[in-house]
Design a protein around this ligand. Sequence first.
Ligand SMILES: [Zn+2]
Ligand SMILES: [Zn+2]
Length: 452
Amino acid sequence: MVKMATKTKLGLVFFPAFDWAIAPDHPEREERLLYTRDQIREEGLLDLPGIVEFRPQIATRQDIERVHICVPSVEKVCTESHLIAAGGTITAGELVVSGQTERAFALLRPPGHHALRIVHGSRGFCTINIEAVMVEYLRKLHNGRLRVAIVDTDAHHADGTQDIYYNDPDVLHISIHQDGRTLYPGTGAVDELGGPGAYGLTLNVPLPPGSGDAEVLYAVEHLVLPVLRDFQPDLIINAAGQDNHFTDPITNMKVTAQGYARLTELLAPDLVVLEGGYSIEGALPYVNVGIILALAGLDYTGVREPELPPGVQKDGRVHEAVVRNVAFLQEVWARRQEIDPAAVFGGGNYYRRKRHLYYDTDDIHEVQVEAIKMCAACSGYRELHSFAEDRRRKQARIAAVLLPWHACPACRQQAEEAFARLAAEPDWDDVYYQNPADPQRPLVSKAGRGES
Ligand SMILES: [Zn+2]
Ligand SMILES: [Zn+2]
């Protein structure tokens, strides 16, 4: 392979989604990115030789179905904007793995990190998990031989990404967020550590309201960086929500543009994907410029919000709860390989859990029952039963069988049998089968209702 002599340092992929909004006055709206674009132009960042803009592609149904089970279908839950946001994230991923650019930053919307494996509608402004769609696309390119770390620094817990990867041994997921007891979606406590096939590879650092640069940077330096050094991912992805900013209208945090830039410099991610951030004029343009400069290896110390009040950047003292949580997670990380899964998940053949999930954006309630095969040879196939009801009492009852990457032959066979059994049961609207590794059959096949 011939190595290029010079390579673009940073690729930017923009998509402001002009025609997608939850409501005209909703904080998740196109101006989120338009002010950022103006600021980037004003600073002349696109004139710098190392920074190049690329156009997003459109994700296909198959790209979405590598990750999600969309009920009733991808077409029914996604708009074109969702497909372009996911596709633009894929474009950013391709730039980096192909070596066309050293790093990439996808500045797009709608965001994705609250979208769970099963999608009945939208939660927390999210429908499609754009990071996961990219990760699965890239893993497919590498036949599943790709270790990925996702570090989510949005103020809200990345419950969707956690749900998708919580039993996946090749994807480390770390979320740093405002404590779930004080903010949507309420999850992300330190004891949520992953499923039996990937215990300790889900790490959550809840930060008390009022946390700022000192707290976020402490978590990165004392937990994230040492964990990344151990895990040795092929790719580090930063899901960069900017709603930790001190001006954000829907959270209670005190991070500054300098804090975000320093976080980016420390983390040195291959890819950054924009998530939330609703302080459209006061934060996003400055935070994004700081991140771009840090990614391009340029001096970011001059980036400053116009209204930076004195005292926001504190004296560097770190809230005691953060020190305690980080110490607990360091201990979990150090001991994760000695922990017997049976001691945590019980000694049976299956680990089962039942959850109530709420789609706040679409007002849908879901009850989900999950069984994971406790398998010594792979991370185990899964069977999901999902019952959802919207506010008009419209119901959906679906079942799904999921194979992991690198499923062992026994799990493969049992998954096939489970699918055949479920498909013969009359109570399901649809039964889905998802196997990310097998190109011989559709990623999602349906049964029930007499369809073949
Ligand atoms: Zn957020
Ligand atoms: Zn197995």
